[in-house]
Design a protein around this ligand. Structure first.
Ligand code: MN
Ligand code: MN
Length: 326
């Protein structure tokens, strides 16, 4: 069960209202790295987790993220409080009202006009929250890695938001939320490494001949082929890219049933291209009546008329003549 405590996890003291800032804060309310996404991510992972340690950790952190959602949502509501009153009571002239919603880089129409000053489950650009932000797949070594990355991203977004405000109370509350993401990241890292082995994820090992190979897949300036621990010996065998590393032909094969082969052949016949044709296309017809686009553009550049007839259709263009028969 859940029980609500009427007090916040961290006291929110907002010095002055600021709808534009409120709009930015939505990023951590209904955005991909936000608190709702975090809470839902860990809550759903906990439901199917059988390991008692991870299960307990996941619901503790999920519940804390909900508490963070409450804190960041409260910040949004406080920053919008003045605007909410003014808009609801139409307390300013239309022009003043319009200016306070959209003036001076303030793009708070999402929180103000559409949501009446309340926090919307959108990101700061107004995009609705979606469960697609959560990428859990039910394997702890994958999900913990994803959680670690999610906490790292959340930390950075908080850091950027902190850089956007000089309101000491908002800065402090954001600093707390940011700090908690650091703590969560550490818990998830410890939980991951308390599973041994945890790499590679899952049960199947990789193919030994490819597991520690680094393929250099880029051509060109070889001095820009950087070497480092990500591709150095002794862990990695650094190799130039080549096709068919399995030693096969590199050409795809599939065995078809005779009825499948028949219709595939039928389709290929029906849609085959004729390499000896030289069809006039709509694009050519549109170019001042000339069949040859190069010719048409040259004439146009020279200011000439386009009375010349299209080139003889008798001279067939073939792939080998390079189109030189003009
Ligand atoms: Mn959080
Ligand atoms: Mn967190």
């Amino acid at each position: 069960m859940f029980a609500h405590n009427k007090r916040l996890q961290y006291t929110v003291r907002v010095q002055e209202t600021n709808p534009g800032l409120a709009n930015l804060m939505l990023e951590q309310f209904g955005g991909p790295q936000g608190e709702l996404a975090a809470a839902c991510r860990y809550f759903t992972q906990h439901l199917s987790e059988d390991d008692p340690g991870r299960r307990d950790m996941l619901i503790d952190i999920a519940t804390e993220e909900l508490s963070h959602l409450e804190v960041i949502g409260t910040i949004v509501a406080m920053l919008n409080k003045g605007a909410k009153g003014k808009l609801s009571e139409a307390a300013e002239s239309e022009a003043e009202m319009y200016r306070s919603i959209s003036g001076a880089g303030n793009d708070s129409h999402v929180t103000q006009l559409l949501y009446g000053g309340g926090p919307s489950l959108t990101n700061s650009g107004g995009v609705p929250w979606t469960a697609a932000y959560i990428d859990s797949l039910g394997d702890p070594t994958c999900d913990l890695r994803s959680n670690i990355a999610a906490e790292a991203r959340a930390k950075i977004i908080y850091e950027r938001l902190i850089a956007c405000t000089d309101d000491p109370g908002v800065k402090e509350a954001l600093g707390f939320l940011m700090t908690r993401e650091i703590a969560h990241q550490q818990s998830f890292e410890k939980a991951l490494y308390s599973i041994q082995p945890n790499f590679p994820p899952g049960k199947l090992p990789g193919m030994p001949q490819f597991t520690n190979v680094y393929f250099n897949m880029s051509n060109g300036d070889a001095t820009r082929d950087m070497r480092g621990p990500w591709n150095n010996e002794p862990l990695f065998d650094y190799r130039q890219a080549e096709p068919a590393v399995d030693g096969g032909s590199g050409l795809p094969e599939v065995k078809l049933q005779s009825n499948e082969a028949q219709v595939v052949e039928q389709l290929a016949l029906r849609t085959r291209s004729d390499p000896n044709s030289d069809p006039t296309t709509g694009a050519e017809l549109g170019m001042a009546g000339a069949a040859d686009p190069t010719e048409a553009s040259m004439r146009a550049a020279a200011g000439g008329s386009s009375t010349k007839k299209a080139k003889s259709r008798g001279t067939k263009s073939t792939p080998t003549d390079g189109g030189a028969a003009i």
